[in-house]
Design a protein around this ligand. Sequence first.
Ligand SMILES: [Zn+2]
Length: 176
Amino acid sequence: MLVNITYRVGWGAANPRSKKQMNEPAKRVVIHHTAIRSGATPQDCIHQVTRIQKMHMKDRDFDDIGYNFLVAQNGMPYEGRGWGIVGAHTKGHNQDSVGIAVMGNFNSNEFLFMVLYYDLPTSAALSSVKRLLLDGVSGGWLHSNYAIFGHRDLANTECPGDKLYPEIQRLRSDRD
Ligand SMILES: [Zn+2]
């Protein structure tokens, strides 16, 4: 394991209503953002992850938190559904993909109290995503020749935001 993960038990995840195993290693990775500002402390991050799970299960009626993993700006990855489980993050593309959300708002056109506000992805978060993907391949959860997308490549959405999207090309070339 290249990366330390805060597993579900570590952030106090609610049990999923149901879960579906993938039949084979995932062929695709889809990068998202959470579109809310990343917490500053580990406690803030845990609070956000639990809030996202509640929102996904109550408001969106998902069986669990939608993402397979979330990665905070300080580089800490949080287990969402985890490896080998079908997520709910990219409609029509969940069966063979792993959804990873970088925590933060990377849209460059959002205003908060009249002030343009966005996060920039940290190198800690990006290298953590990279190591997570390496772990996925070495653990057999991710096909060694996986393709990597931004959510916006597969759906009509701004996700993962203008400030994160260009980094996906870098993740792609680092892998090759
Ligand atoms: Zn997304």
